[in-house]
Every structure is written in structure tokens, then in C-alpha cells.
Design a protein around this ligand. Structure first.
Ligand code: ATP
Length: 770
């Protein structure tokens, strides 16, 4: 539970005395300030006449305050906080004989002078009685730390709950709290039982005698009240716990003042040492820059770890003398108290869930839901529907249904109940996993990339089955997944849906006069110049994916999308070259068409003039021949004109035919380049797609040793594409495939050379390449 930091509350309690040093200690009426003066120069260790003064701001100064008022001001809120689930710690600190035990336990012989512990016990049991809507259990423990040894002050009491009868050890709990393993816990039902234990423990405390206190406590004591509270009204598995640590620390003492000797002196050394560790912990806690707090240095600081730096409401009572003789120790105590004020704790409610009750509650809820479901089924005439866990026989029946469904013997699996549906899914999953396993075995030794590809869950069982040793789904534009059987041939026009790009092309064909011939069959036929088409400009763009392919999750992206991505990124350069080649091809094709028209027109004109000339000559034959004065035959003007026309047309025809032939060569060459680029684009895309989404390169090489899949050009062929072309196509220009850039440069250079070979007076000029 979230909590806010709150500082430790600090009170000063002054032991009443007849010789109160009014000139040195002043208690202003606000009861929260203490002014102290001292004549002693603490640096030099000797008295002088200079007065030093200090002002201490505290949460309360208890001067001549009764035990009852002390309890009310110091302890009441902490005790009541325990009923809300907050841990609380109240501890008394101070010089030996200053009144710590008096404050904490009080004078046992007088009821009126009883201290915080008996009053807290009284309050606890009063609250237990008042809070009838809760059940409480109260346990007590009483720990003494004497000369760095932990002692269970209630170990002599029978019936105590103890996790260990041997040595006591401080253990740290998961939430940051601490507990003492082996310390006995005693269930108490009322105040009296609790007080019995308190007094029993007090009796067992080690008491010593020295100059300042006849009954000096020689140990630190932690009396703990453990409270557990559960609601009677709510059938809740939640419950809260809290513990109240009531700590009576041993008093600091100056051996010179107490005159301790022997055992008491040794005890004093232990006490002072552990109090010094306590001061170090407080200093560390008060300094926000300190990362480490040395709690484990002593048993006392370790046992008080959660009281000092944990989720606890913590209050310190610093007990001091009012006499001038103890002013130095008083100042020392007040300085410690001031530091303690800087320590922050984070009180939070200790709420728990009882696992047994939780299970019981959930069982009840399940039962209730079952009854409600059964009622629902009855109301909707679904009698006999059971949502119980399926028996082995029923599971077997579902398995059989799934098998028959997968093999096509069963059209659908009837839905019977939720549990049956879940079992159907489980059986499907089994089938998928089995198929994956088989596939792995077929692909040979484990390969992380194969694993990755295999772990991509296919969308359907059929898909998995289809991919095992059989041809994959023939995707649009001839792309295939999986291995192709040798018997399976590629059918180019399988896909029923044209891609958007293809649709666009078809629209443009309608508008123009473009042939519908498929790409593979496109060749530029020199013998049929009039049939030159633009169909070779059609790209091999992938067609629309099948719908189920599009909606697959955890599967490779549709090839149409992937191809578009590929063209925009990885294959952008080759795609750009392809586009430019196609543009040049288009331009040359247009030129070729124009030349064809010119040739045809010229030929028609030639035929016509030839015919006219023949007619003219036939007519002339009957009229005789004109001759010149020298007797040479002379052409009439009309005949001469026809002859001149004929000559000119022949020249034009010859020139046009020459141009046509060279343009046709260019078209042929451009077409070849376009095909080459396209093949390369598709090959590289195919490889990229397979490597990126399907199989790693080494698997590909295995796959590609078999027959060529539909639309799939073997990778080794693709890689040696340029070499193959150099050897086999007989092109006059060498193509260098070091990179797409050099490829394109070579292409441009070739075109320029072809252009240069043409005579400048040709009627048809090449458009400059970009
Ligand atoms: N506020 C008080 N009113 C009346 N008597 C007091 C008060 N404070 C202390 N005393 C008396 O002073 C004596 C010493 O007190 P106490 O034993 O509580 O000191 P202490 O701090 O516990 O000493 P030590 O550290 O040596 O155990 C006791 O006789 C006690 O009754």
C-alpha cells in the first residue's frame, strides 16, 4: 500500500527534581521548545564563565506531566494507529536514571503511575471490546538485548508460539520488515493476561545498581504487541496486522559518574557501544545522501530496523534530568533527539490476503457462477449443456472431430460448450505443433534462423500441411511459398484478381492501343514491324493476395505490399533503372512505330508512282518515242516528273528502312535490358522476401536445389545473371554487374554509341537520354 514519509516524533520528558536548574533549563509555555544554557566549554573540557545556549524544537516537552498525560500525548495515537494496520514504535532514550523505565513501564506498585506499556495494553483491549465488527488476536513478545545477546524474557512461559527454541536471530522479511526468529509469541485474551506477561518479563530483566540508579536496567528491552484484525461483517479474505514496539533502551552512562565496576562496568561499555551504533544509524537515516545505513552493526539497531527506517509510526521520548550536574548528558540526549527528528519513516497499512479464505471465497464464487450458468441454459432451452471439465473420453472425441475436420471428412465441428471449444483449440494447437516438429526434422539440424522462421505461427493448419514437402500456395504474380513438386508447373495467370498497378495498366491499354500479350511472350519481331507492341512495358508487379493471406497474423506480409516496400527501399536503385529503361524503350518503340508508318506510306507512294509510270509508259508505247536532235530518246516532262518522284520515294524508303532497322535493334536491345532489370528486380525481391520473412539463406539454398517454384528464379541463376547474359545473348556490348550504377552507366554509353552511328541527315532524331 502506498505511504507518505513522516518524520519521527520526538518528546522530551524531564525527570522531576527539587533542584531544577532554572538558570540553565527553560521550558517556554508552548511546551514544544527547550532552551538550555551551559557554562562548560565542551571543547576544552573545563568550566568557564561563558554561557552557551541552545534552543531545541520538539514535538512536546513533558515537564511535570503525569503518566496519564504522557501516555495521551506520546502513545495514544500510535496505539490506535495499530488498529488501522499501522506499525508503531515508542522508545525511551536517555541518560541512566533519567526515567526511561518509569515512562515505559512505570511504577509497578502504583496503578496511577503505570507507564506506557500497561496503558497501551489497556487501550488495546478496550478497543478490541469496542470494535465488535472485527475479530482480533493479540500476541505479546518480550525481547531483551543484554551485552549484544538477545534473550526471550517470556521463554519461561508455557504455551508460547516459537519458531525456534534455540538462539534468537534477527531476520529480514520480504517487505523490508524484521522479526526475531525464535522469539516466543504469546496469545493474550485480556488486559490481565497481558499484564501478567509484562510483569513476568520485567521480573526477568537484568537489573544492576550504580550511583545514579539503584534499579538500573542493564539491557535494552522491546515489548511488542502483535495485533491481527479480521472483519466479521465482510466475508473478505483480507486482514490486517500490526505490531507495537515499546522500547526501553538501556541508559547511557559516564563511568566516572556512575562509579560502575566489574560486571556493571562491562555492561555499561556494551550499553554505550550499542547506543553509539544507534546514533550512527540515526545519523545515516537523517542524511538523505547516505545510501547505506549500518543497521546490522548491533543487535539493537538490526532489531529496530523497521522501527527506525521502515513503515512505522515512530515516537521517541528523550528522558533528561533537570539538574545542573547532568547538563552535559542532557545536552547530548537533546542533540540525539534533534537528529532523530530528521529521520523519516513511511507508515503503511499491513494488509494481507488469507490464502485459505481466498480459495474458499473463489470456490464459492465458482459454485455460484455454475448455478447461474445452469439457470441460463435452462431458460434458453439448452438443457444438458455441461461446462464441467471434459472427461478423457470426451477429449478423445474432440480430437477425432478435429482430425476429421482437417481431413475434410467433417464439414464443421458443432459447438457444445465453452470447455469443448477450448479443447477444440487445444487439439488444433497440437496438430500445428506436430507439423512444426515434422518440418524441423525435415529441414535438418537446428539452426536459430530456421527456428525463428518455424516459430512464426502459421495462420491455418492447412497452410502448415501445405508447406510440408509440397508446393506452397501459388501467390499472385507467380510467387510461391514452400517447395514445389517437379510435377507442378507454373501457371502464370492463376491469380483471379489483378493488382491495382495491373488494373491501371489495363485501363491505359483500353485508352490506347496496347496489346494484352503476356510479358514472357513479348518479343520484337523484325519481320513484323507493324505488330510491335507495348505489352513488354507491363511490369511483373505482384497481384492481389488471397484474402486469407492478407488477414494473416504472425505471418509474412503479403507479397504485393512487400514488393512495393522493396521497390521503394532495398530495390529502389534497380527499380529506378528499370523505369528509366522502360521509358527509353517506350520512346524507341514510338519511334519505331513512326518509322513503320513512314515506310508503309512511302511504300504505298512508291507502288502508286510505279503504277502511274507503268501506265504512262504503256500509253506512250502506241504514240512512239520522243528523241532529241542528236537522236537520243527524250523523256516527256510528265514521265520525268514520275521518275523523279519514284527516285525520291526510293531514297526515302531506303533511308526510312535503314532507320527502322537501327531503331529496331535499339528496341530489341532496350527490351532485353528491361527484361534483364525486371528479372533482377524480381530475383532480388524474391531472395530478400524469403530471407526476411520465410527462410534463411542456407535453407533457401536447400529449397532451391529442387525444381524451380512458380515465379521463382533460382538464386544462383540470379547471382550469375549478368555472366549468363554475357555468354549467351550475343549482345555487342558487355554488361558489368559490379553494381547497379555501373550497369546503368554502361547502358547509357551503349545507347550513345548507337545514336552516334546514325547519319546526321536521318529524318528521325533520337531524343537525348536523361
Ligand atoms: N517522571 C518521573 N516521575 C517520578 N519518578 C520518576 C520519574 N522519572 C523517573 N523517576 C524515578 O527515577 C528513578 C529512575 O528512573 P528509571 O529507572 O525509570 O530510570 P532509567 O532511565 O530507566 O534508568 P536506567 O537507564 O538506569 O535503567 C526511578 O525510581 C523512578 O521512579
Amino acid at each position: 500500500m502506498s505511504s507518505q514519509a513522516s518524520p519521527v516524533k520526538v518528546f522530551i520528558r524531564i525527570r522531576p527534581t527539587a533542584s531544577f536548574a532554572h538558570e540553565l533549563i527553560e521550558c517556554p509555555p508552548d511546551q514544544q521548545t527547550l532552551k538550555v544554557r551551559s557554562r562548560k566549554d565542551s571543547n576544552k573540557g573545563k568550566r568557564n564563565n561563558q554561557l552557551s545556549s541552545w534552543v531545541f524544537q520538539l514535538n512536546g516537552v513533558l515537564d511535570n506531566v503525569s503518566q496519564e498525560d504522557t501516555y495521551d500525548r506520546v502513545a495514544r495515537s500510535v496505539v490506535l494507529g495499530a488498529f488501522a494496520g499501522y506499525n508503531g514504535t515508542i522508545m525511551c532514550f536517555g541518560q541512566t536514571g533519567a526515567g526511561k523505565t518509569y515512562t515505559m513501564t512505570g511504577a509497578a506498585e502504583t496503578y496511577k503511575h503505570r507507564g506506557i506499556i500497561p496503558r497501551a495494553l489497556q487501550e488495546v483491549f478496550q478497543e478490541v471490546e469496542h470494535r465488535a465488527d472485527h475479530t482480533f488476536s493479540v500476541h505479546l513478545s518480550f525481547l531483551e538485548i543484554y551485552n549484544e545477546t538477545m534473550v526471550d524474557l517470556l521463554s519461561s512461559i508455557k504455551k508460547g508460539k516459537s519458531s525456534n527454541s534455540g538462539v534468537l536471530t534477527v531476520i529480514e522479511e520480504p517487505g523490508g520488515g524484521v522479526s526475531v526468529k525464535g522469539l516466543s509469541l504469546h496469545l493474550v485474551h485480556n488486559e490481565e493476561e497481558a499484564l501478567n506477561l509484562l510483569f513476568e518479563g520485567e521480573m526477568n530483566r537484568i537489573i544492576g545498581q550504580h550511583a545514579l540508579n539503584k534499579h538500573s536496567s542493564r539491557s535494552h528491552c522491546i515489548f511488542t504487541i502483535h495485533i491481527e484484525s479480521r472483519s466479521r461483517t465482510l466475508s473478505d479474505a483480507k486482514y490486517i496486522t500490526s505490531k507495537l514496539n515499546l522500547v526501553d533502551l538501556a541508559g547511557s552512562e559516564r563511568l566516572g559518574k556512575t562509579g560502575s565496576e566489574g560486571q556493571v562496568q562491562m555492561e555499561a561499555m556494551y550499553i554505550n557501544k550499542s547506543l553509539s551504533f544507534l546514533e550512527q544509524v540515526i545519523l545515516a537515516l537523517a542524511d538523505s545522501r547516505r545510501e547505506h545505513v549500518p543497521f546490522r552493526q548491533s543487535k539493537l539497531t538490526h532489531a529496530l530496523k523497521d522501527s527506525l527506517g521502515g513503515n512505522c509510526n515512530t515516537v521517541l521520548v528523550a528522558n533528561i534530568y533537570g539538574e545542573a550536574a547532568q547538563i552535559e548528558e542532557t545536552l547530548s540526549t537533546l542533540r540525539f533527539a534533534t537528529r532523530m527528528k530528521c529521520v523519516q519513516t513511511k507508515p503503511s497499512i499491513n494488509e494481507h490476503v488469507d490464502p485459505v479464505l481466498q480459495v474458499r471465497r473463489l470456490e464459492k464464487e465458482i459454485q455460484f457462477l455454475k448455478e447461474e450458468l445452469s439457470m441460463c441454459n435452462t431458460l434458453t432451452n439448452r438443457v444438458g449443456v455441461s461446462n464441467e471439465i471434459l472427461s478423457e473420453r470426451q477429449v478423445e472425441e474432440v480430437r477425432s472431430q478435429v482430425q476429421r475436420y482437417l481431413s475434410g471428412l467433417l464439414d464443421e465441428i458443432p459447438i457444445v460448450s465453452i470447455t469443448q471449444i477450448q479443447e477444440v483449440f487445444a487439439q488444433f494447437k497440437k496438430v500445428v505443433l506436430e507439423q512444426q516438429k515434422k518440418l524441423r526434422e525435415q529441414l535438418g539440424p537446428r539452426n536459430p534462423r530456421v527456428e525463428k522462421a518455424m516459430n512464426t505461427t502459421p495462420s491455418t493448419v492447412a497452410e502448415v500441411q501445405g508447406s510440408v514437402g509440397a508446393v506452397g500456395e501459388v501467390e499472385s504474380c507467380g510467387y510461391g511459398l514452400g517447395l514445389a513438386k517437379s510435377s507442378q508447373k507454373h501457371q502464370r495467370n492463376v491469380s483471379p484478381k489483378p493488382s491495382k498497378a495491373r488494373k491501371d495498366k489495363q485501363i491505359s491499354r483500353k485508352e490506347g492501343t496496347v496489346s494484352q500479350a503476356p510479358v514472357e511472350n513479348t518479343t520484337v519481331q523484325a519481320e513484323q514491324p507493324l505488330n510491335i507492341t507495348e505489352s513488354d512495358m507491363t511490369t511483373h508487379e505482384p497481384q492481389q493476395q488471397a484474402p486469407e493471406e492478407q488477414h494473416r497474423t504472425d505471418s509474412p506480409p503479403p507479397k504485393t505490399e512487400a514488393f512495393e516496400d522493396f521497390k521503394a527501399e532495398r530495390g529502389s536503385e534497380i527499380n529506378r533503372i528499370l523505369k528509366e529503361n522502360k521509358a527509353v524503350l517506350s520512346e524507341r518503340t514510338t519511334q519505331l512505330r513512326i518509322l513503320t508508318d513512314v515506310i508503309n506510306t512511302t511504300k504505298r507512294d512508291l507502288d502508286y508512282i510505279t503504277y502511274e509510270l507503268r501506265q504512262f509508259r504503256e500509253r506512250k508505247q502506241g504514240q512512239g518515242q520522243f528523241v532529241s536532235a542528236e537522236g537520243e530518246p527524250v523523256l516527256e516532262e510528265a514521265e520525268l516528273s514520275l521518275v523523279m518522284q519514284l527516285k525520291e520515294l526510293k531514297n526515302r524508303y531506303r533511308q526510312a528502312y535503314e532507320d527502322f532497322r537501327s531503331t529496331k535493334t535499339e528496341v530489341s536491345y532496350c527490351q532485353h535490358l528491361v527484361n534483364q532489370c525486371r528479372t533482377r528486380l524480381l530475383t532480388e525481391f524474391e531472395r530478400w522476401y524469403n530471407e526476411s520473412f520465410l527462410f534463411p539463406g542456407d535453407v533457401l539454398s536447400v529449397l532451391e536445389t529442387g525444381p524451380v517454384r512458380p515465379g521463382h528464379i533460382p538464386v544462383d541463376k540470379a547471382l550469375t545473371l549478368m555472366d549468363d547474359e554475357e555468354q549467351s545473348d550475343g549482345l555487342p556490348h558487355k554488361l558489368h554487374a559490379d553494381s547497379t550504377a555501373s550497369f546503368y552507366n554502361a547502358y547509357n554509353r551503349t545507347l550513345k554509341r548507337v545514336r552516334h552511328l546514325h547519319t546526321p541527315d536521318t529524318s528521325f532524331h533520337y531524343t537525348a537520354l536523361k
